[in-house]
Design a protein around this ligand. Sequence first.
Ligand SMILES: [Zn+2]
Ligand SMILES: [Zn+2]
Ligand SMILES: [Zn+2]
Length: 162
Amino acid sequence: MANRAGASSSSHQEPEFKDDDLDSIYGAESGWVEARTSCDHLASLSSDLHHIPTPDTPCNRCQHPSENWLCLSCKEVLCSRFVNKHMLQHYQQQMNHCIALSYSDLSVWCFACDSYLDAQVIAQLRPVHETAYILKFDEAPPVRAFGGLPKLIRGERQHQEI
Ligand SMILES: [Zn+2]
Ligand SMILES: [Zn+2]
Ligand SMILES: [Zn+2]
């Protein structure tokens, strides 16, 4: 007399992996945005980014005193889109001047990519990021460990702050 059924104990419950969990890692809701590690517009960078204006340089057009952006093509300092949008206008007038560095948090934005760029991964951007960091904080930037996760940088206010 063989008891061959045994089908009664197969109601196993797998915990389901939720996609939502990724949001808590990558911070989709927390104001962190992913920065690109490549950009096709690096040819527009100035050839001399070792000498740049200091972070407290006012906007060249309206003299707004702080949190301005540095054009990495011509090294003009211009205000953000939350002030008088002079950096945005600069890009609209000179489409090849598309990469700018923020003097408020030292993030790098490419208008053409419509994205932040990872200045510590992209070799052409690393020196100017370092120079700006030293001008702003008077010390060299901390060395970042390169892990498997994409670089996340903090959007101080919102995505696309220029
Ligand atoms: Zn301005
Ligand atoms: Zn420019
Ligand atoms: Zn780009």
